[in-house]
Design a protein around this ligand. Structure first.
Ligand code: AN7
Length: 352
């Protein structure tokens, strides 16, 4: 019988801090494809592969860490979990709380969440609290609620989130048969770049791989605290998922960048939307705007001559394009071609 993927916790149990008696939650997260991208490879002169995290159960990479953090909360006897979110964390937390039978409260920056993500939190039964402020305000409230009340915090400041998320680095190595030379991804709250770096180091230390990649992170230009070297008070970007000015995993991300010999740079909203279009039209992968920041960064660095020839490069695209169709469609002319229900009219419309 074909192997059925069991979710990241069961698949990578040997590398995760769970005991034999712990219950492990799964909605089938992980096992996402690593897709070769010939259009990007020829554009930048390297061997580019896309790690398609939009194929996770709730459509983003957050499911890996949420499986882990929610399992831990369940095993510890929690009854309520809380998170701040730009959308994907809340969608994932809501789904995993549903399967765990826990109550979930999500704090969201009012008016700045893509409609698909809001829908996910609603249908999975989370209690939505919209905050008149940005993500950073929401996270501060979530941290305090956790400190002062019996609620578990499932943002990536919870170390179990990074434990689950590091499995993506394992999968990249398992798929390539080696670690890439460069791993690229978008950076918002900075949990993911920290988790990948942890995963790559653990595989190298365990002797599974021989080398480590350089970690390249990309932020949106007006929400780029790592580029500024300090928090940004009023982050703004079309890529609402990474509209974050005070990343929680600051020190871990700086270590990932510096210890790997990598970089964290900024890309404009225009570059992000252009990369989103190229991924969809040239590669065949529809991602949300934030997820295109890594590809935008790759193209930018190639333009500066900084992409080593023939390097093996993996780029994580973090979330599914279907979560935010409003932004995607706003980039296209939607004037439909309308015809009578008639073959001749159809042929004419097709230019035949
Ligand atoms: C699609 O959901 O922070 O640097 O609250 O949704 O690990 O924060 C989302 C972040 C990239 C940035 N791409 O990852 C949230 C949230 C997408 C995202 C990021 C996010 P981190």
């Amino acid at each position: 019988m074909a192997h059925q993927w069991r979710g990241v916790l069961a698949e990578y149990r040997d590398h995760l801090p769970f005991s034999d008696t712990d219950a492990l939650l799964s909605l089938g997260e992980g096992g996402t494809p690593l897709v070769p991208a010939p259009a990007l490879s020829s554009a930048v002169g390297a061997d580019v592969h896309i790690k398609v995290e939009g194929q996770n159960p709730t459509g983003s990479f957050k499911d890996r860490g949420m499986a882990s953090a929610m399992s831990k909360a369940l095993n510890d006897g929690a009854s309520t979990v809380v998170c701040a979110s730009t959308g994907n964390t809340s969608a994932s937390a809501a789904a995993y709380a549903a399967t765990a039978g826990l109550t979930c409260v999500v704090l969201l920056p009012q008016g700045k969440i893509a409609a698909g993500k809001l829908a996910q939190a609603v249908v999975h039964g989370a209690k939505l609290v919209q905050v008149e402020g940005n993500f950073d305000d929401c996270l501060e409230i979530a941290r305090k609620l956790h400190a002062e009340h019996p609620v578990e915090l499932v943002n990536s400041v919870n170390p179990h989130r990074l434990q689950g998320q590091k499995t993506a680095a394992f999968e990249v190595c398992d798929a390539l048969g080696r670690a890439p030379d460069i791993h690229i991804l978008p950076v918002g709250n900075a949990g993911n770049i920290s988790a990948y770096w942890m995963g790559y180091q653990e595989y190298r230390d365990a002797g599974v791989t021989a080398q480590l990649p350089a970690m390249w992170g990309f932020q949106a230009e007006r929400a780029a605290p790592f580029v500024a070297g300090r928090p940004i008070p009023d982050p703004e970007t079309v890529a609402t998922a990474i509209r974050i000015g005070a990343p929680a995993s600051w020190n871990l991300a700086v270590a990932a960048r510096d210890d790997s010999g990598g970089l964290i740079d900024a890309v404009s909203d225009e570059q992000i939307l252009d990369a989103q279009k190229r991924l969809a039209a040239d590669v065949g992968i529809f991602v949300e705007p934030a997820s295109a920041a890594g590809v935008a960064g790759l193209l930018q660095q190639a333009g500066h001559g900084r992409v080593p020839e023939d390097a093996t490069i993996t780029v994580t695209v973090t979330g599914n394009g279907l979560k935010d169709i409003d932004t995607a469609l706003s980039q296209h002319d939607l004037t439909p071609t309308v015809i009578e229900a008639d073959i001749a009219a159809a042929a004419q419309a097709m230019g035949l």
